[in-house]
Design a protein around this ligand. Structure first.
Ligand code: GLV
Ligand code: MN
Ligand code: MN
Length: 411
């Protein structure tokens, strides 16, 4: 494909409108783009086409992330500058969570190409895979694999709701599952990673500013709770004779809410609950549900989960059931690299600092490479929902700000 003319600078809204129909979910509303679904594969193809049009060299790494490189003469990739985000979504998610960072990165490359013919540092736009963990359960699976934050065997054995293992799906999508895991070589090439992302709360609305630099990410984790009871007939089983895991699960959900309410700054959510076998006239034999807990102090997150587990065990016993709790992922609180933060604050003096309760690949990378994030105002203050929003002018300001930040880091 021919290289894009250096003067051609796309718009973020134009790029996002290219993919506005991809993965649109008529049932839930918004977008459903699980990793390696038809929708996410179409988005990967769109990204590769856009990157190729810009003359970037596209490579897929051993863990399924796509890297589009703007190399320096000679091709040395040490001390590279990386930007980008993800293209997968939660079920029924918004239009911006992930794709805004990818589209803004492409536009920032256009802006830099209009200013300079060769970069002084190699630059790449990255698309991480399974950031939301909405198919295999572990958030930021791609960046966790790359950094060794998840054991490769554990990742290979994760399964999706249809029972496919991650190894099988990775193989079907051109990866060799034997090579999943920590990528020292690629990690060693990264000098800095700057991820732009839609803000997922109300911080910038309240500050009346379009863009912020991130300060920290709340520690967070996911746990699966399985309550086992006695499956039985809804009509013939007397109320006194039941061991119904749905009752134990419901009482536990309320206990989770009450526990989190008593702890300042805590957030605890059950957003997914699955009765087995799941029939209207069937008392479930088992209920699986997933707990998401977040707090700035990792020790408090651990003690909240311990307290929830103890309460759930008591509730389950009262209902004649048993319970199992399994940790699926854990991400400690992240404070972004102070040096990089300072450089960004210097380059973007109008941008306030904001923390966030949402997880990101930048957080997973941060123990190993300097990372930073930029947030773009979301006038609804809502995310992981079709109501997530970004104003057109803020989207373009975001790309311009990202280009300015990358330009500052090139010098
Ligand atoms: C990802 O968006 C998360 O915070 O769960
Ligand atoms: Mn995201
Ligand atoms: Mn998200």
């Amino acid at each position: 494909m021919p290289e894009i003319a250096t003067a051609t600078v796309a718009t973020v809204t134009g790029l996002l409108s290219d993919i506005a129909a991809t993965g649109a979910d008529p049932l839930r509303g918004g977008y459903t783009r699980p990793v390696y679904s038809t929708a996410e594969l179409d988005l990967r193809e769109w990204f590769i086409e856009q990157a190729t049009k810009r003359g970037l060299s596209v490579e897929t790494d051993r863990n399924g992330a796509i890297w589009a490189w703007w190399d320096i003469p000679g091709g040395d990739r040490s001390n590279s500058l990386i930007t980008g985000s993800h293209l997968d979504s939660v079920p029924g998610g918004g239009h911006f969570d992930g794709p805004l960072g990818v589209a803004s990165a492409l536009v920032a490359v256009d802006m830099l190409k209009a200013r300079i013919t060769t970069p002084t540092r190699p630059l790449a736009v990255v698309v991480f895979s399974e950031e939301e963990g909405s198919r295999f359960g572990v958030a930021c699976l791609g960046s966790r694999l790359m950094t060794g934050a998840i054991d490769a065997d554990k990742a290979r054995n994760l399964s999706d709701p249809e029972g496919n293992t991650f190894a099988d799906i990775a193989r079907a999508n051109g990866l060799d599952p034997r090579f999943l895991g920590k990528d020292e070589q690629l990690l060693g090439q990264i000098g800095a990673f700057v991820e732009l992302h839609v803000e997922q709360g109300r911080g910038l609305i309240d500050l009346n500013r379009p863009i912020a630099v991130a300060s920290s990410i709340l520690g967070h984790g996911r746990w699966r709770l399985s309550i086992n009871g006695q499956g039985n007939h809804a009509g013939t089983t007397l109320m006194a004779d039941r061991r119904d895991p749905m009752i134990a699960a419901s009482r536990t959900v309320v206990a989770i809410r009450d526990t989190a309410r008593q702890q300042p700054h805590a957030r605890a959510t059950v957003g997914r609950l699955q009765p087995v076998p799941g029939g209207t006239n069937v008392i479930a034999s088992r209920v699986d549900f997933w707990l998401d807990v977040r707090h700035p102090d990792d020790a408090i997150t651990a003690s909240l989960v311990e307290s929830i587990h103890t309460q759930a065990q008591l509730i389950a016993a009262e209902e004649g059931c048993t319970i199992e709790l399994t940790e699926e992922s854990l991400s400690p609180t992240v404070h972004f690299d102070p040096g990089l933060q300072q450089q960004l604050q210097h380059a973007l003096p109008d941008a306030p600092m904001l923390d966030t309760g949402a997880g990101h690949d930048a957080g997973v990378l941060s123990p190993l490479v300097p990372t930073a994030m930029l947030f773009v105002r979301n006038p609804s203050g809502i995310s992981h929902s079709p109501e997530e929003h970004v104003l057109d002018e803020d989207a373009e300001t975001g790309a311009q700000t990202l280009a300015d930040a990358l330009a500052a880091l090139m010098t």
